[in-house]
Design a protein. Structure first.
Length: 52
């Protein structure tokens, strides 16, 4: 607990990425191939990067 208060590190970005991937998994339940699912994840994250 002490280290949490003494440093400026947190895992907020990683938790956000994991949450988005879980949402994509829920939405894309019908994908037949893992490659399409993987491409969808990359697509979502690259679009977000260029929109900011």
């Amino acid at each position: 607990m002490k280290n949490t208060l003494n440093t400026n590190y947190n895992n907020g970005k990683v938790e956000g990425i994991n949450n988005k991937i879980k949402v994509i998994k829920r939405i894309s339940y019908g994908y037949r191939s893992f490659d399409n699912f993987r491409l969808r994840i990359f697509y979502v994250f690259t679009i977000k990067k260029y929109m900011v």
